[in-house]
Design a protein around this ligand. Structure first.
Ligand code: SF4
Length: 310
């Protein structure tokens, strides 16, 4: 059985920056450090940080006065920013700059009196944060659309002054179909200048496409609440592979690999490479051999640290 590794895979620049922010804050201020929401959606990362003294909270109100609090990579609404600013706490914002770019697009549209359609998954923290960067009190509106059916039935107040933004970690294919439906219904709708689906999501989906073409089984290393990891598993399955999302090597099931000639391995943008290595070791122990012809496609994106942690 050949083991094929996707490239690129694993940590993106936004996740690396968010974890680095928490680690530098721990070094500089000592435990406990409070993080609003899981800093990135990965069980191994969260458990590792918790062991070092990070306390994960749902709301800023749970954080004691005088503490250091960090916003997760998914971003927060303006109301959460305001709540933290009104408290006696020191805030570091680990919002990925590519999510912050979408927040800026939403705010710009609001200032220009435009309504917004946000394509994304209801309840995801990034979507809640992005919705919370639009203030509807001036009579405008932001509409969440999750799929083509909702796009087909969406009613807006002013179709001539309408913009669209998306969650950063969506399926490129599904989003293209929803955008096409929206453009069909609202021909004047304005798209962002550059795609909101981030480079890391796009690159990992392109890589899993190749993997699924040459592997009967695709294993995606990532947590169940990781949006981009779920999209990788769905895409591999849509392309005909049997695909599984696992946190670590202990989630592997030998029965998945019976009679399989090639297994592909990839990982979501929040999954540590150490988890991938452990999965590959387990597959090797079960008779797999790492393919040596895999391309290496390094990503050169880097984001700087916020002031106070440089
Ligand atoms: Fe940023 Fe994309 Fe990584 Fe999310 S997946 S943290 S948007 S680079």
């Amino acid at each position: 059985m050949l083991i094929r590794l996707a490239s690129p895979r694993g940590f993106c620049a936004g996740v690396e920056r968010a974890i680095e922010i928490v680690e530098r804050a721990l070094e500089r201020f000592g435990a406990p450090i409070y993080v609003r929401h899981e800093v990135v959606h990965n069980r191994t990362v969260v458990e590792g940080l918790r062991a070092k003294g990070v306390v994960f909270v749902d709301e800023v109100g749970e954080v004691p006065d005088g503490s250091v609090v960090i916003f997760s990579a998914h971003g927060v609404s303006r109301a959460v920013q305001a709540e933290a600013n009104a408290r006696n706490v020191q805030v570091f914002d680990a919002t990925c700059p590519l999510v912050a770019k979408v927040h800026n697009e939403v705010e710009r549209s609001e200032r220009h009196g435009r309504e917004i359609v946000l394509i994304g998954h209801s309840g995801h923290p990034e979507v809640e944060g992005t919705l919370g960067h639009y203030d509807p009190t001036d009579g405008g509106a932001i509409y969440l659309v999750e799929d083509e059916t909702q796009a087909a039935h969406l009613e807006v107040r002013n179709p001539e002054e309408l913009s669209v933004v998306t969650q950063t970690t969506l399926s490129m294919d599904d989003t293209a179909a929803i955008l096409a439906k929206l453009e069909d219904r609202f021909p004047a709708i304005s798209r962002p200048r550059s795609d909101d689906i981030c480079y890391a999501t796009q690159n990992r989906q392109d890589a899993v496409r190749e993997l699924a073409a040459e592997s009967e089984v695709v294993v995606v290393v990532g947590s169940r609440n990781s949006s981009n990891s779920n999209r990788l598993r769905e895409l591999a399955e849509r392309l005909g592979a049997r695909a599984y999302l696992i946190d670590d090597e202990d989630d592997l099931d030998r029965a998945w690999l019976e009679g399989v000639n090639a297994v592909g391995v990839t990982s979501g943008a929040s999954a540590p490479e150490a988890c991938v290595e452990a999965v590959v070791s387990r597959l090797e122990a079960w008779g797999g051999a790492l393919a040596l012809d895999q391309p290496d496609r390094p990503e050169l994106v880097e984001f700087s640290m916020p002031k106070g942690l440089r």
